[in-house]
Design a binder for this molecule. Sequence first.
Ligand SMILES: [Zn+2]
Length: 552
Amino acid sequence: MTNGTSRREFLGTLAAFSLFPLEQERPELILYNGNIWTVNDKDPRAQAVAIARGRFLAVGSDADVLNLAGPSARKIDLGGKTVLPGFIDAHSHPADAGLMHLRMVDCDLRSISAIQAALRERAAKTPAGEWVLGFKYDDTKTDEGRPLTVGDLDAAVPDHPVHIQHRGGHTVYANTLGLQKAGIDEKTPDPPGGKIYHDPATGKLTGRVAESAQEFFEKAIPHNFTRDDHREGVKLISKMMAKTGITSATEAQGTPTDLRAYQDAHEAGELLYRAYCFINFHYLDEMLAAGIRTGLGDEWVRVGAIKLVCDGSISERTARLSTPYEGRPNDYGILVMTEDELYTHGRKAHLAGWQIGTHANGDVAIDTTLRVYERLQKENPRRDPRFRLEHCTVVNDDLIARIKALGAIPTPFSTYVYYHGEKMRYYGQERLNHMFALRSFLDAGIRPTQASDYPPGEFIPMMALQSEVTRTDMKGNVWGAKQKITVEEAIRVGTLNGAYASYEENLKGSIEAGKVADLVVLGRDPLKENPSTLVTIPVERTMAGGKWTFES
Ligand SMILES: [Zn+2]
């Protein structure tokens, strides 16, 4: 018998079992004595759950659920701990981030000297001449209050080429050897759409390189990731995400390679969250030729939306706005695709039954994207297209009314106010009241999600709750107080709304009989916590599909 046949037969067996009525199944596992917030309006609170074959069989009181236990059921006393549905990160880049964590130095450190120490340590283990690579460096977060220089990097690592990516993804920093290997010297002209920075006094290179000039390094640094490396990357990020209570994530800029990595990791038993894998529009034709569209897959690895991009980023101040950035009178940000291009690609995907997710941060970009969606739906109405507005950061009343009318889904950054507060001043208080606008979305009856955009943003769900509920950054500054929501609302945004955004609200997102057994056990109850300490609530255990994916 070939592998293929045995696998088909195995799947056939599973399908047959799932036809049995749930009542006839015996629980394999019962969790009881819990403080369970189900996010199910019909039954918001429970004490116990019974689980079999990765799904909730029953949710209710201790007495009712324990009564279902046969002799073989394992029982776990939750000791009164709070349980929530597993969290859904509706927009992040985990497969890519996993690869970076596998190969690169995490430079999310609070001083330049700490970054130097981390690079020095990595260089000691790296063969001479090979690159030392770093990522997640943020110039606004180091104690020295100045950016990294070529001198800092030379002092730390003189004998290896060094290349550090900024957290936002639009600038990089290199040492002298790195600049040499990339073929950059003091006379190298700026390429179109790129910049090589020089010290204004001496004309010497600072080591900083921006936008299209990053391509010098792309040619020089070998990207020899194997199929196994991609799987290892997913395995690594799986563990990191499970630790924080995440049980599902959307790969927001996925490729066929990512899709394969998810399948490989799942088959190896290493995938710890359910992946909804967007496909970058560059691959749309191949996908269409293969007859693939949104929804193909299973409850662990599923093809998501086609991804389009309309404008720039919030963290690096390139989102396209209708009024300029604070203190930069002529700077409105940038559009990266024209309305025509969005329509052409979007139409192809829409007609083939794909969900579409378009990156749109600024109000101009959101307006443009909505106009495209409205036109697609008018010309070729589809019953439930669930158009997505990735980020959907800066809104106004008109945009909100159109989002509601279209049934579109915004995925605003959940942790930016808390974690990137120092960048909020570029937008100003007035505009902040219309950014990451969860209050406005919920009041209008729209279903926004929790979304980290990791690596640019942090993916910790407890941080998302604190950021959304308090609108306060790490230093205590409040940004856009009008958009505060309640803890209960933030939990729903981070669970059931995320499931809706991937057409999976009947599969996951709440603790209900018949849904997959995805949950998180917390050290303290977020509904009783002081909102300013939500981020400190420990995640004690995470479960996906009835199995613990993390235990503290
Ligand atoms: Zn993103």
